[in-house]
Every structure is written in structure tokens, then in C-alpha cells.
Design a protein around this ligand. Sequence first.
Ligand code: NAD
Ligand code: 6OD
Length: 484
Amino acid sequence: MGEFLNFIDGRFVKGCGERFANHFPATGEVIGTIYGAGQSEVDAAVGAARAALKGRWGRLSVPERVDLLRKLADAVNARFDEFLAAEVRDTGKPASLARHIDIPRGAANFNVFADQIQTTGADAFEMSTPDGAGALNYAVRVPRGVIAVICPWNLPLLLMTWKVAPALACGNTVVVKPSEETPATATLLGEVMNQVGIPPGVYNVVHGGGIAAAGEFLTRHPDVDGITFTGETTTGEAIMAAAARGVRPVSLELGGKNAGIIFADADFDKTMEGIGRSCFANTGQVCLGTERLYVQRAIFERITDALAVKARSYRFGDPFDTATTMGPVISAEHRAKVLKYYEKARAAGAGVLAGGGVPESAGCERGYWVEPTVWTGLAQDNAIIAEEIFGPCVHLSPFDTEEEAIALANDSRYGLATSIWTENLSRAHRVARQIEVGIAWVNCWFLRDLRTAFGGSKRSGIGREGGIHSMEFYTQLRNVCVKL
Ligand code: NAD
Ligand code: 6OD
């Protein structure tokens, strides 16, 4: 049984907020107690973060911070198996997946932003003045201050360090509010912070829920200087409203209903490999995942059949077993949500080519399991095609022309990501430019270069992070004008 404590000013503390159970999604069994932070712990965390800005941390040079970030990356890698076990217990995702994605990226984020801060400059301009002396303007980058980092449960360490690493690289201090479903890796990172000598107060963790709990206590806190959030669009709206008081900047990475587009000339095997992952990886709980797929009519049947075979091929079971290829969803509540959509699809007359229910395999009697599901036959305005489900499911519709595919893909309130599958290079460029998203992949999916802009259009978010874009959010420019 684990105990997940708040981490404030370099110390683990219980907190006066709600205490609640942490469950292993594969079996539903209680594996720990989470000690929620009350208003007083959130005040203490924000206070510690403010004090740390004024202390030793605030005086470190960029090379000194870079050195600490590299030590953080090394320490996460040195404790790889602990992070792996913690992430798998919290999420139920297969250890084979977390071993290749979540934990390595958790460490890599620190190295990438250590590199980035060393090459990030700022403006410099010379100007003439009426007296002929001239003037030099140059900008210095200063940290924003205390950053609130609010995280979801689907890729807990990866998404948290994606924000904590650039925030620290830029000299900020952070108060992290992990999802109430996944407290473990954020807490473990507290130990690592102490271990490598990050000064107390630089990294703080407060546990608990969102509404009337740690999440709101933090985002409404007047001494927080900026908020970076990953999660649902409706939560993003609430956070943006909270940030308006005090005029604090926000970076919002929100929901999606991502379209994949497969043209008849696509390489069949490569497409099936990529699309299979984009629909079902992490049990469909990836914001970038594909939940609506548009396939050119000539190959529609071949693709639907192959995707149904793929959906039926997953092995459920103990997430720590290397033979397991799909885990459960995160919680009983989320499973109920996904299964409600499965029911809705059936009621609307969808063709159910695979799945549609709960797996009957041994080991799935308890826990939060759902079957990977493939549908066809619904109208474009059906909720199954319009709303984010965040489960291992996809609806396929046929199209005839490139224009039609673009119009269908753009027919969404969301605009996070797309993947386009074609061997026609000109078409790939043409279509990628026209899809209203932040990230368009061609003949690949979730292939990440962390220097690139990451974020969503429409209701999928505000702002971009990654590379220089993270530096822009986590610093402010201060212009200095020197009369020569
Ligand atoms: P969520 O919005 O329910 O919760 C995210 C976090 O916000 C949690 O820590 C929660 O406690 C907190 N929270 C909830 N209400 C709050 C409030 N009023 N004030 C402050 N904090 C509050 O999201 P989730 O269910 O954890 O994650 C799944 C969602 O995240 C999906 O919509 C998915 O698309 C999205 N997501 C987006 C990205 C991206 O990069 N765009 C990445 C991962 C997940
Ligand atoms: O790769 C990333 O940096 C990133 N933010 C991924 C988001 C995945 C969403 O579930």
C-alpha cells in the first residue's frame, strides 16, 4: 500500500484535504491512500515556490540550472524501474508501453529543455538617436515566477515533465497538481528533486481533485504567476476563467477528436501499423489518438476489415506481464463513460466490426476493461463522430475526393492533430496545410521532435509548447534601452 503525500518546500506532508483511495485499474483493488491538499497546503506550496524564487535558485546561472536538469534526467533513468512500476500501478498501462514511452520521455524532457535554454537568445537592436550617439536595445529573459502545472492521468510523468522541465530550465518554480487518479510519479519525482540538490520550494506537489479542491485552490491562487494545463476542454475553460483574475497567462493543451485520412495510394502495411497505434495505443487514452477515420472508397473495406482484425488481436491481462498488449482504462467512472458511447453507437445503428463491450478474457473479471472497438455506418453529425470518447475506439467513414476528406476532417469543434496516409507527396503537403489542427502527421503518428510547436487549434487549446515556444511561455522579455 502506498501513501501519496504532498511535497512542499522539500518535505512530504499529509495535508488537511480529502483523503482518498488510489486504485490499480487492472483489478480495481486499492493500492494506496492519497492525502489531498487543503487550502492551507496550497498556500504553503505557493509560498514556498515564491520564497525559492528569491533564494539560491533565483540566483543560479543558466549553466548551473542546466547541470541540475541533466542530473534530474540521470536520476530518473537511474530509478527507471521505480518510476515504471509507479506509473503502471497508477494507470494500468502495459509495462512494455511505459518502458518505451512514458519513462524515457519523462527523463528526456529534462535533457531537451536543458539543451533548449542554452541556445535561446533574445532581441537586440541598435538605433540612431537625434544627437547621433545612438542607442542599443536588448532584451533579457526573466522567469515568469510561480507556475501552476495541472496534469491529466493518461501519460502522467511524460506530460508533467513536459511542463516542469522547461519551467525549471527558465528559472521558474512550480506547484504541480497531478491528476487525482495518478499521484505516484509526481510524488516520486519529489524524492529525486531532493536527491539531486534542487533547492526546497522549487518543485512542489499538491494532491487532490479539481473542483473545490487542490486544483481550484491552486489556479485561483493570487500568487501564482502563470498556469499551464493539460486536460479536458471544459476544465480548460474553468482554468482560463480562474486565470483571468489577476491577468495570468495560460497555456492550455486540451481535448481532441482527431481525424485520420487514408488515401487509396497509401502503403497498406505501414498505414495499418500507424493507424492501429493511433486508435488503440494506451487503450485509446491519448489526446492525439484517432477516433474518426476517413478512408478513400476504393480501399474502405480492406482497411475496415484489417482494423477490425487488429482490434481483436490485443491481449489483455496483468500490465506487468510482457505478453499484455492492452491495459484497462483509468477508472470505473471512465469505463462507464466509454461504455455509454458503445451503447449509443449500437442504438444509433452503427456497424460494430469489432468489440463493443467488455472483454471476457481471464484476468478481466475485475478492473476497468473495455474492448477495442471499430464502427462504421454513422452519419457525420452523430455524437460518436463529434465528441471525444477517449477510449480504444474508432469510427470509419468512406470518402471519394481529396476536397471531401478535408471538409470531413475539418468538420469538428476540435483541432488538435491529424494523420494523413498517402504515397503522393504533393497531396500530403497540400492536405496537411488545410487541416485545421496544431499537428499534422504524414505517414506517421506521434512521432515527436521536442523542438517543434505542440498544441491545438479551435477548442483543443491555446498556445504552443515545445522548443522555443516553451521558452516563450515560461519567460518574459524585459527590454533594456541603453543610450550610447
Ligand atoms: P481533466 O480536465 O478532467 O483533469 C485534468 C486535471 O485538471 C486534473 O488534475 C484535475 O484534477 C484538474 N482539474 C479538474 N477540474 C479543475 C478545475 N476546475 N480547476 C483546476 N483543476 C481542475 O482531464 P483528464 O480526464 O485528467 O484527462 C483527459 C483529457 O485530457 C482528455 O480530454 C484529453 O484529450 C486531454 N489531454 C490533452 C492533451 C493535449 O496535449 N492536448 C494531452 C493529454 C490529455
Ligand atoms: O509528446 C508530447 O509532448 C505531448 N504533450 C503529448 C501529448 C499526448 C496526449 O495524450
